[in-house]
Design a binder for this molecule. Sequence first.
Ligand code: 5GP
Ligand code: ZN
Length: 118
Amino acid sequence: MTLPAPDPHCLFCRIVSGEIPAQVLAEGETTVAFRDIEPQAPVHFLVVPRSHYPDAASLGEAEPATVADLVATAAQVASAEGVDSYRLVFNTGADANQTVFHAHLHVLGGRSLTWPPG
Ligand code: 5GP
Ligand code: ZN
């Protein structure tokens, strides 16, 4: 299978390549986890696929196993961060406040989280 080439204009492709620094928490064959620059909870990190896809749905269609890797990495890093309750979020589309169009899984924890979200 041909993986998509990195997009030189994509912020998260540039973090994955190391061109832009980030506080990296875990690196795997298919995923990279790093702290969110504007944390919304005491623990807030992102898990991204190394491959560039604009959102979680297109990643899931092309590389379903990588979605499982994102979730497994989220669980491992959350545990390493000392949280066993956390929320996983894929913001998808502008109305859901997606601002970076490279698929990414938010992992939020370390405080009690309200439901429903805003
Ligand atoms: P979205 O709004 O697309 O679901 O999430 C994008 C996330 O990326 C936001 O939570 C934002 O704080 C985070 N972010 C934006 N720019 C950077 C950056 O340069 N470095 C890091 N580590 N996170 C970023
Ligand atoms: Zn990208």
